[in-house]
Design a protein around this ligand. Structure first.
Ligand code: DAT
Ligand code: MG
Length: 158
């Protein structure tokens, strides 16, 4: 078998460390959890999110009362945007992240361990494979994603 092209064949998800996670110095801690799990980092950049990008990203919530505050928050400081790959990564990343409200998120999840308020829940993760595809193409150009295979792959995947 040749080199696995992760960005093409592996399931991918979009993950963003929100401004509170960046300001609180949790970037390394959050990335560590995905790395340790065995998922593959395929793209990463720091972004000052525009109002347009924030509104498009959260467009499903446009009519919700918290929408203006959410857009203001996500544009309030730099965000670390990432694409992670791996088998079942979309659903598994949501488990690593934890429930939307950090007060009910299980201990051991990112939100459960570090969050205390629904409006400051540290991290975004795509909620379905189709959502992930939409969010990846919204935040990243295809050439910003790196095709590579970690040397440890046979020790993570059977
Ligand atoms: P998730 O980020 O877990 O996918 P979501 O898509 O329902 O949650 O909502 C997007 C974000 O909006 C969420 O991360 C935090 C914010 N939010 C959701 N419900 C909220 C509420 N009731 N009050 C304030 N902010 C809320
Ligand atoms: Mg969501």
């Amino acid at each position: 078998m040749g080199v696995v092209i992760y960005t093409k064949i592996m399931e991918r998800t979009f993950i963003a460390i929100k401004p509170d996670g960046v300001q609180r110095g949790l970037v390394g801690e959050i990335i560590r959890r995905f790395e340790n799990k065995g998922f593959v980092l395929l793209g990463l950049k720091m972004v000052n999110v525009s109002k347009e990008l924030a509104e498009e990203h959260y467009s499903v919530h446009r009519e919700r009362p918290f929408f203006p505050g959410l857009v203001k928050f996500i544009t309030s400081g730099p965000v670390v945007a990432m694409v992670w790959g791996g088998e079942g990564v979309v659903a598994a990343a949501r488990k690593i992240i934890g429930a939307t409200n950090p007060l009910t998120a299980e201990p051991g999840t990112i939100r459960g361990d570090y969050g205390a308020n629904i409006g400051r829940n540290l991290i975004h993760g795509s909620d379905a494979i189709e959502t992930a595809q939409r969010e990846i193409s919204l935040w990243f150009k295809e050439e910003e994603l790196i095709d590579w295979q970690p040397a440890l792959t046979p020790w993570v995947y059977e």
